[in-house]
Design a protein around this ligand. Structure first.
Ligand code: MN
Length: 256
């Protein structure tokens, strides 16, 4: 099996080293990852800037674009042709609405978009010193999940409970839950005296939601959520269509 690793924390991130260690027994490992941290850039693709790739050691490439660029270049330029893409291991969870912002998740979804099974992998602690232990425990999780990801062509968002909270209870299949960061914005002055702003958002509220990723990780389970790239609200399609038909005369008639 050929496995492509990527992340949004940069090619020198300890989480990527931990993931490479965890994946080393599964097959031939390739790495294409951003040269520096690009957390929170979501699914951005570089369309107005050049993207440079540098092979820093055999099968390890630093990409000066986004996580999405990294997956894209691995698939469509380097032609790695992986059987599986693993993105992470992110220091900090990617739960609920985090999926909309996460570069870790986007790199996996980009692979899935091109038909390659993928997993986004996050550890629910910001402590980088815990990543090696999380990576050691991740091996058993990967062993359980990769055959299913390949068999069913899945993209999975996997969140690991913080290892300093004890043993993991097992795997739970979940849906994205509810999660809001606080909305403070810090105003500071740069060294030249000009003001700048920094997104704060230190506090997180996670209302309980049955079957959610947030609840699973909070309760010590490894959360596994099947994800995809379809943002359509399917339940709203017939309702909106019916509403447009009902109001067609007045809506379309007004301006024409
Ligand atoms: Mn990150």
């Amino acid at each position: 099996m050929r496995i492509l690793l990527t992340n949004d924390d940069g090619i020198h991130a300890p989480g990527l080293a931990a993931l490479a260690e965890a994946a080393s027994g599964l097959g031939e490992v390739w790495v294409v990852a951003p040269v520096a941290e690009r957390s929170g850039v979501s699914h951005a693709l570089s369309l107005a800037h050049p993207v440079r790739l540098e092979e820093i050691r055999p099968r390890w490439y630093a990409c000066d674009g986004t996580p999405g660029d990294s997956t894209y270049m691995a698939l469509h330029y380097l032609k790695v042709a992986p059987d599986l893409v693993l993105s992470g291991l992110n220091p900090g969870p990617n739960l609920a609405h985090d999926l909309l912002y996460s570069g870790t998740v986007a790199a996996a979804v980009e692979a899935s978009h091109w038909g390659v099974p993928a997993m986004a992998l996050s550890h629910a602690s910001a402590r980088r010193d815990l990543l090696p232990e999380a990576g050691r425990r991740l091996r058993a999780v990967l062993d359980r999940l990769w055959p299913l990801a390949l068999a069913h062509r899945l993209a999975l968002n996997v969140n690991l409970p913080a290892v300093d909270r004890g043993e993991w209870r097992g795997l739970r299949v979940t849906r994205a839950g509810l999660r809001w960061y606080s909305t403070e914005v810090y105003e500071r002055k740069d060294p030249r005296g000009r003001p700048y702003l920094w997104v704060g958002g230190q506090d997180v509220s996670m209302p309980p939601l049955e079957g959610s990723d947030c609840d699973a990780v909070r309760d010590g389970w490894v959360s596994v959520t099947p994800i995809g790239d379809d943002l359509t609200r399917h339940d709203q399609v017939p309702l909106l269509a019916a509403a447009l038909v009902a109001g067609a005369g007045s809506v379309l008639g007004a301006g024409t």
